[in-house]
Design a protein around this ligand. Structure first.
Ligand SMILES: C[S@@+](CC[C@H](N)C(=O)[O-])C[C@H]1O[C@@H](n2cnc3c(N)ncnc32)[C@H](O)[C@@H]1O
Length: 251
């Protein structure tokens, strides 16, 4: 039997690794690395740094080449086809590069339960029945937990709910009654579509890293400065990771 650990590594700093994650890193023979291309090279280097610091040699790295998404199909079809190709790549790596009895791992940014497809990939691999696999998930500190901690806020107000979504869905328009909304994966400042609607924003970029940026305040007043800081940081650093909470003020 081969083992596969999905290890949540926290969203930005080695200090965010849990003791369970460190214990898991120490068991790994093969680190499966998904090659995401050069723009995220910093993140790949960061993963290697964690392995060097916390894993117990001997271990090896096996690269799983990233399969590009199909541009023509609908969004859902393109994602499904892309996932199937990624499952095949993972399957091939598990069969050819991980021996029976060995332990492989995928290091997942933040927490594996939040906007990450690795759990679904492994479910699909298991469903194929081609590789006998024991697998488990180690939780990590997500960017959302970090955002709340840095701003010293709770995500929910007393007895109320929180909605977690993406920038794309915010641009499509928030359904009524969603007054506390956490947004990830916003490539394009979707919060600007909500100016003038009574929201406060708690924004964080590069959370946990030395480049961390935080802005909080009434959306109408701080949106422009967030847009500018985002633009400036993206130019300087080469990529951008930001997360925010939108909170509608009670009437
Ligand atoms: C593919 S999702 C992965 C989320 C991850 N599983 C987690 O638990 O945070 C990537 C998005 O997470 C958010 N994110 C991840 N790390 C972040 C960080 N250090 N600072 C701010 N946002 C971050 C951004 O919204 C980014 O677009």
């Amino acid at each position: 039997v081969r083992r596969l650990l999905l290890i949540g590594i926290g969203a930005g700093a080695p200090e965010l690794l849990t003791l369970e994650a460190i214990e898991a890193l120490r068991q790994v023979d093969v680190f499966l690395v998904v090659d995401k291309g050069e723009d995220k090279a910093d993140l790949a280097a960061y993963r290697r740094e964690l392995v060097e610091r916390f894993a117990a040699p001997p271990h090896r790295f096996v690269e799983i080449p990233e399969r590009p998404r199909d541009e023509e199909a609908s969004y859902e079809e393109a994602v499904a086809a892309w996932h199937a190709r990624r499952v095949s790549a993972l399957e091939e790596a598990m069969v050819t590069s991980v021996g029976d009895g060995e332990c492989a791992a995928i290091l997942v940014w933040g927490d594996p339960s939040l906007y990450d497809s690795t759990v679904r990939l492994v479910e699909q691999l298991v469903a194929r029945g081609t590789v006998e696999l024991e697998w488990s998930v180690v939780p990590g500190i997500s960017s959302v937990a970090l955002l709340a901690a840095r701003h010293r806020i709770t995500l929910n107000r007393v007895g109320r709910s929180v909605h977690v979504t993406t920038g794309r869905l915010v641009r499509d328009g928030l359904p009524p009654g969603l007054d506390d909304v956490v947004v990830l994966l916003d490539g394009d400042t979707a919060f600007t579509t909500l100016i003038g609607q009574g929201y406060d924003i708690y924004w964080g970029a590069y959370l946990g890293t030395p480049d961390e940026l935080l802005v909080a305040g009434p959306l109408d007043e701080v949106a422009e400065s967030i847009v500018q800081r985002r633009r400036e940081a993206r130019q300087r650093i080469g990529w951008m990771f930001d997360t925010y909470l939108l909170r509608r003020r009670d009437a």
